[in-house]
Design a protein around this ligand. Sequence first.
Ligand SMILES: [Zn+2]
Length: 109
Amino acid sequence: MKRLLSAPNLALATLWADQLCAAGIACTVQRPFNSSLAGQIPPDQCLPEVWVGDAAQHGQALALLDEWRHAPHRLWACPACHEIVDGPFEQCWNCGAAMPPLAPGMAGP
Ligand SMILES: [Zn+2]
């Protein structure tokens, strides 16, 4: 187990962990329920953290996260369930359908 990073909120930590698992990197979200301790420890130590299961994949996981966090912002409509997907994701978070190869008029420059 090796710590990757802390996320600004649990939703994002869970999303990153899910994305990493989907990429073949086993990881877990740690300390997600510590908000009751807020005020007793520094706020930046209450944030949920993403840990990678295999330390050998740490570098790969960090590279992927870096890629996702700096990916161009996308906004596209899922062809399967019509959910609007907002962010650097190539899969619908609602039904898991893949992003269309090109979403005319919706993809950024
Ligand atoms: Zn969908």
